[in-house]
Design a protein around this ligand. Structure first.
Ligand code: TMP
Length: 219
């Protein structure tokens, strides 16, 4: 059985990933594909518990290293439980964030550096690489405004507070933003950068084009 296709979506908080993943899943289903959709952190029972620990803004502050180790613990579980079995059975896997997030947020934002993150990736994830990464980078300002609104709505509706990361200062997000650009330049064959303040439809079209191209290449 031919191996499936591993697609990741990346971007700052509030970059519109969640909306685009829903659109992409519907687009794939129309074409007879039945994608496995998963998010990080989260996506397995263990991962959901790790996510709650990581994003709880009331919790004791975590050191950058602890944060990175938890991200990788979550990822190891998701790879073993969901991602590898799905790829081995020929399915398309769409993952909302993967190691590029750790490189951008912990490597860039928390200043642990890329090399340390990539070493952990080789060790913990067997260096599993996405076939295609869609990196959504609308302007820094608009991403942050959207992330803030979404958080306030979620907290008001559910009482769950996932504010921890989004309470970070502008400088932190600027470093994340710059690291994402660095990754896009370094891994230009894998990463499709979708920049600027485009409409939801325009972003979806670019995503659909990039995915079609990769699907054709493996068929
Ligand atoms: P989400 O809201 O897109 O699901 O992301 C949750 C937060 O976790 C977001 O602020 C980015 C952060 N994050 C990291 O800092 N490192 C990582 O490796 C991952 C996967 C997410």
């Amino acid at each position: 059985m031919p191996r499936g296709l591993f697609i990741t979506l990346e971007g700052l908080d509030g970059s519109g990933k969640t909306t685009q993943i829903k659109r992409l899943a519907a687009w794939m289903q129309k074409r007879g594909l039945d994608p496995v959709i998963i998010r990080q952190p989260g996506g397995t029972a263990t991962g959901d518990r790790i996510r709650a620990l990581l994003l709880d803004s009331g919790a004791t502050p975590l050191t950058p290293m602890t944060e990175m180790a938890l991200m990788f613990a979550d990822r190891a579980q998701a790879i073993a439980e969901v991602i590898e079995p799905a790829l081995a059975s020929g399915r398309v896997v769409v993952c909302d964030r993967f190691t590029d997030s750790t490189e951008a947020y912990q490597g860039g934002g928390r200043q642990l550096g890329s090399e340390r993150v990539l070493q952990w990736h080789r060790l913990v994830c067997g260096d599993l690489q996405p076939d295609l990464t869609l990196l959504l980078l609308p302007s820094l300002e608009s991403s942050l405004a959207r992330a803030r609104n979404r958080n306030e709505r979620t907290t008001a509706q559910t009482g769950q507070d996932e504010n921890r990361f989004e309470r970070e200062q502008g400088e932190f997000f600027r470093r994340v933003w710059e690291k994402y650009h660095e990754i896009a330049r370094r891994d230009a064959n894998r990463v499709v950068l979708i920049e600027g303040n485009l409409t939801i439809d325009e972003v979806h079209e670019q995503i659909a084009d990039a995915v079609s191209e990769r699907l054709l290449a493996i068929r």
